[in-house]
Design a protein around this ligand. Structure first.
Ligand code: SF4
Ligand code: SF4
Length: 446
């Protein structure tokens, strides 16, 4: 694609990078076929190619974002299916990220939107605030029930965890009584490797049992694990809040670098593929900041999804044959963002599960960070479409590697939705995933 940026515009390294991305696009339109918003809405401006034109026009002419441009940029899920499809190697991720920052700088949203986005940015990346807000939300349930769909949705997601009348709170680590002697006691295996396991933000509040399961699986494989708290910055990054993103990501990089300089790290693992995708891009994010660029690149090159790492080092021999069929849902950030797709399926198969393929698996489930809170109508349509495909598999359980997808699908899937690592942990002797009914869990263990 021809561009007409002026030399003074290209002096800005971010605009220069955007220009490089734009020049690679040859308008072929292959990406439209796999773009969820184009598939649903049929509007060229809600396709990758259409958005690329809008962004080019906005940046080239140094224009503030208009309401129309913002509407189409906001509807993009950042699922990155277009990057998987594009034959020309257009790095759409970096382009849309830059466009979101430009929108945030130049466009004043209506107050309701501003308020919603401010609240999300001020609460979600901070586990203590998030947990407190959820408890408060449960107290204020009658008020929240009258709020707009996006906010009520948040209440539903969290009710399960924080409302004791709906469900007893899950425990981050099972009691000794819950823990079978095999598997968890494999933690006695002498560690030969050392990794950092990211605690994250939303996942650590909603489903701490995922982190606990990953630690047991790693311990069983002889890996010493240090848990590192802190949000990776992905949530605010997708809201276009670059200063917040750099602050959160920078703090996490510093914590991880201390571990690298101290006892050393073979890898940095994430159990949330959205976070993993973002952390793998830290080298790019900080490329122009000499004060942190080298540390950011050193951290980024060690980041792996937990399934990617377990596939590399090898899963220990399972101690249980569970005989469940699993519909594996490949999160967009996993398959398109990190190009990790075969590994989780291979691990689950090795652990004894029968893997069922979900038709149209390349399309997003509508979760996409805060997308399901900010664009609930499109998110619901994508979720319903995904759930229909999941139902066709007739599987016992859905497994995925991202907390956002678990939350998005759990209420509608009609079957338990669990993290891949919870199933691996169970097969290795850990507790059954808490989302499984006790009847299904005990039937499977027989
Ligand atoms: S990131 Fe996803 S929603 Fe956005 S343009 Fe690409 S395919 Fe479409
Ligand atoms: S597939 Fe790639 S080159 Fe073709 S229109 Fe889409 S982004 Fe441009």
């Amino acid at each position: 694609m021809q561009t007409r940026f002026k030399p003074e515009q290209l002096a800005d390294p971010d605009v220069h990078e955007a220009e490089q991305v734009l020049r690679k696009c040859v308008h072929c339109g292959f990406c439209t076929a796999t773009c969820p918003t184009y598939v649903l809405l049929g509007d060229e401006l809600d396709s990758p190619r259409g958005r690329i034109y809008l962004i080019k026009d906005m940046l080239e002419n140094d224009r503030p974002a208009t309401a129309e441009v913002v509407r189409h940029i906001d509807r993009c899920l950042s699922c990155l299916a277009c990057m998987t499809t594009c034959p020309s190697g257009v790095h759409y991720q970096h382009l849309i990220d830059h466009a979101r920052v430009h929108v945030e700088r130049t466009y004043r949203r209506p107050w309701r939107e501003r308020w919603k986005r401010d609240v999300l940015a001020a609460v979600l990346p901070y586990p203590k605030r998030f947990a407190a807000a959820m408890r408060l939300g449960m107290l204020a349930r009658p008020v929240i029930a009258r709020m707009p769909a996006g906010v009520s949705r948040l209440r539903n997601l969290l009710q399960e965890r924080f409302d004791p009348r709906v469900r007893a709170p899950r425990s981050a680590s099972p009691s000794a009584a819950e823990r079978p002697s095999t598997g968890a006691d494999r933690a006695g295996v002498r560690p030969t490797r050392r990794v950092a396991l990211l605690e994250g933000c939303v996942e650590s509040v909603l489903t701490p049992e995922i982190h606990a399961a990953a630690k047991r699986v790693l311990a069983a494989a002889g890996v010493d694990v240090v848990s590192v708290p802190g949000c990776c910055g992905s949530i605010v990054h997708h809201l276009g809040r670059e200063r917040d993103n750099r602050r959160l990501a920078g703090a996490l990089i510093d914590s991880l670098q201390r571990e690298i300089d101290g006892e050393g790290l073979d890898a940095i693992l994430s159990t949330a593929s959205g976070c993993g995708t973002h952390a793998k891009d830290y080298g790019f994010l900080f490329r122009n900041d000499a004060s942190i660029a080298a540390r950011a690149a050193s951290v980024a090159e060690r980041v792996r999804d937990v399934s990617e790492y377990m596939r590399e080092i090898g899963l220990p021999e399972p101690v249980r044959r569970l005989g469940l069929s699993v519909a594996y849902h490949s999160a967009c950030s996993m398959q398109h963002g990190q190009k990790v797709d075969a590994q989780p399926r291979e691990l689950l198969a090795r652990a004894g599960f029968e893997i069922r393929t979900i038709p149209e698996g390349h399309l997003c489930c509508g979760s996409a960070g805060t997308y399901n809170l900010l664009q609930p109508e499109i998110a619901d349509r994508l979720r319903d479409r995904k759930v229909e495909h999941i139902a066709r598999t007739n599987a016992d359980v859905v497994a995925t590697g991202n907390i956002g997808c678990i939350v998005q699908l759990a209420s509608a899937a009609g079957m338990p939705v669990v993290h891949t690592v919870e199933l691996l942990d169970w097969a290795l002797g850990g507790p059954a995933p808490s989302a499984l009914s006790s009847e299904l869990a005990s039937r499977s263990e027989q």
